[in-house]
Design a protein around this ligand. Structure first.
Ligand SMILES: CC(C)(COP(=O)(O)OP(=O)(O)OC[C@H]1O[C@@H](n2cnc3c(N)ncnc32)[C@H](O)[C@@H]1OP(=O)(O)O)[C@@H](O)C(=O)NCCC(=O)NCCS
Length: 174
């Protein structure tokens, strides 16, 4: 995982213009203009102080290709929201689980978060599974959590309090 740079435009456009990838995301699929706006916004967020949004490129070590994005964002106080998305050719290899585990560690170690949360569409089985695998706990379901793409979205809220992460981390076995 590394910072995005301007030259990542094509790679971002490749996965975020794919309707299969953005199916359970509130935005997209992106066209070239909205990809450019998004990239400009995230590059600007890298310069913010204090920085509240850490949106990172996911680079596959073997190929050196940018295959997706992940993020940690402060939403209030010391609560950090976690997210990830990958191009479809990279699904099913355990990457999101590896990414999410690293993000959780970064949120608690580096950002000193008290709590990590994630909201996920109730039909997004793969993402729900990832959150379960990394030890996040189901907390609630929000009916009509948000209106996007002309419909209401029902979402699960998953959370991981700092104390639980601290006590479970030593014993974690994927
Ligand atoms: C969600 C996403 C990141 C998962 O990436 P991934 O690298 O394939 O995830 P992993 O391989 O680490 O783990 C996926 C798990 O979900 C399971 N799974 C896959 N599809 C599933 C489904 N429809 N229902 C239930 N479980 C499913 C897999 O079997 C695997 O679990 P297992 O290891 O117990 O077998 C990827 O599908 C994606 O980018 N989706 C589009 C963007 C998105 O929805 N992001 C999340 C927003 S909250």
């Amino acid at each position: 995982m590394r910072e995005f740079v301007k030259g990542d435009f094509r790679a971002i456009y490749a996965y975020s213009s794919d309707a299969r990838v953005t199916r359970y995301l509130f935005f997209g699929p992106r066209d070239e203009d909205s990809t450019a706006d998004y990239l400009e916004g995230l590059l600007a967020s890298q310069r913010e102080r204090p920085r509240t949004r850490f949106e990172l490129a996911v680079e596959e070590i073997e190929s050196g290709r940018v295959i997706g994005a992940c993020d940690l964002s402060f939403i209030e106080g010391n609560v950090v929201d976690l997210g990830y998305m990958l191009g479809i050719e990279s699904w099913g290899k355990g990457y999101a689980t590896e990414i999410a585990l690293a993000l959780v560690d970064a949120a608690f170690f580096d950002l000193r978060a008290d709590r990590v949360i994630s909201t996920v569409d109730v039909n997004n089985g793969a993402s729900i599974r990832v959150l379960e695998k990394i030890g996040m706990r189901w907390e609630a379901v929000f009916r009509k959590h948000r209106r996007a793409k002309n419909c209401w979205w029902d979402c699960h809220l998953f959370i991981l309090p700092r104390e639980v992460w601290e006590s479970s981390r030593v014993n974690y076995a994927p």
